[in-house]
Write a protein that binds this ligand. Structure first.
Ligand code: AMP
Length: 376
């Protein structure tokens, strides 16, 4: 008997820039579809390595040969590598989305151009620029590196009198351009995640409410409570952004909720930590829909299955058996070694008849080595 493999021949092999947990979960979603992934990643051991070949940046040519279409999971991927790979392959999302997200000044400029409200900001190159920003935007003031920051790194909050500015300026010793932003006393932080396919169809997941601990996402609550109107605003911003960029794939927009509505903080041209809940909590996850969009396959539904909470595992692993003993807890460990502040996994708490959501959260909090900002 002969077996025909023709149905699979047309499926692409995805070349993913980055091989971290996002790459791993993308490849996990690709596997049942029969789509293979390869990764460009320099780290010694990467979470995605169990799911496909990993090429170092010295092996860019081999990576190009091994894949048919490019995508990314790491937004600080050097544009030089992307440009080299783009000589032979297409990439989704487009290069412009990556270049914009890599530079907070370009990103804010795009928000302004599209009339997406964002905190007032100034570009900072000199000490004088910083003084002017303090005068014009007032204190407190948030100063960030324009490129290369993540999880709250590369950020300073100037709270007190501007008299301390000279020392502060010395301390920053900026090797890269900086941006100063008005400090927003927001009510809470939310994110919207959406997918756009190659024909321009856009689908959004419900808004997530995000809580941080020491600059790192601690947990997300989905759907964000009291968020119907906010969700409409967020969806409108997202579709303007995605259409402008001719975006293909999953994109995330992080927003501050203020008394006057939403302010865009930053965009990520990729699947996002605040969307991990969608593996169990949505009809089609952010990972699968990204794969579908990149591979030009029909999009899946982004509808909520049930309200849920996603909790990050940071720094130290909890006891696996103890977590699994909590009804409704779904564990995702990324195969990483423990290190302070490192994202090692996440746990999604889905509703079950045996326990309320707050009982699940208390039970999880009792066994997590890192207490995060989970409510009591
Ligand atoms: P970012 O790296 O821009 O996502 O910032 C990390 C975190 O710092 C955000 O999630 C906020 O909690 C806080 N933050 C950033 N920008 C501002 C701002 N302009 N005002 C107040 N808090 C901010």
């Amino acid at each position: 008997m002969t077996t025909s493999l023709t149905a699979h021949v047309s499926l692409p092999t995805l070349g993913i820039f980055g091989g971290g947990q996002l790459g791993r979960m993308l490849a996990q979603a690709a596997l049942p579809l029969g789509i293979r992934c390869a990764f460009l990643e320099n780290a010694e051991s990467s979470p995605a390595a169990v799911l496909g070949p990993v090429f170092g940046s010295g092996q860019l040519a081999e990576f190009q040969q091994a894949v048919t279409v490019l995508t990314l999971e790491f937004e600080n991927t050097p544009l030089t590598e992307v440009d080299q790979a783009l000589t032979t392959q297409l990439m989704h999302p487009p290069r412009i989305a990556l270049a914009t997200a890599q530079n907070r000044l370009l990103e804010k400029g795009l928000f302004d151009r599209l009339s997406i409200p964002t905190p007032a900001y100034r570009a900072i190159q000199t000490h004088r620029d910083l003084q002017m920003a303090v005068q014009e935007l007032g204190l407190p003031l948030v100063v960030k590196t324009a490129t290369g920051g993540y999880d709250g790194k590369g950020q300073w909050v100037i709270r007190d009198e501007a008299s301390a500015l000279p020392e502060l300026w010395q301390h920053m010793q900026p090797a890269v351009p900086l941006i100063a932003e008005a400090f927003i006393a927001f009510e809470r932080e939310v994110s919207i995640i959406a997918v756009r396919n190659q024909s321009g169809e856009i689908r959004c997941w419900p808004l997530a409410e995000n809580h941080h601990h020491q600059g790192i996402l601690s947990h997300s609550i989905v759907p964000a409570p009291r968020s119907e109107q906010l969700e409409q605003q967020a969806q409108a911003h997202m579709s303007v952004l995605m259409n402008e960029l001719q975006y293909v794939g999953v994109m995330t927009l992080e927003l501050f909720v203020t008394a006057n509505g939403l302010l865009a903080n930053e965009m990520a041209p990729r699947v996002h930590n605040s969307g991990h809940w969608s593996i169990e909590g949505a009809v089609c996850s952010q990972f699968e829909n990204h794969i579908r969009a990149v591979a030009d396959l029909p999009l899946g539904s982004t509808a909520l299955v049930q309200p849920c909470v996603m909790v990050n595992v940071i720094g130290q692993h909890p006891d696996l058996a103890a977590v699994l003993a909590i009804p409704g807890a779904h564990v995702h460990f990324y195969g990483k070694t423990e290190r302070e502040g490192r994202k090692l996994g996440h746990i999604t708490l889905m509703p079950v008849p045996e326990m309320t959501q707050s009982q699940q959260i208390s039970a999880l909090k009792a066994i997590l080595p890192n207490k995060l900002s989970l409510p009591d």
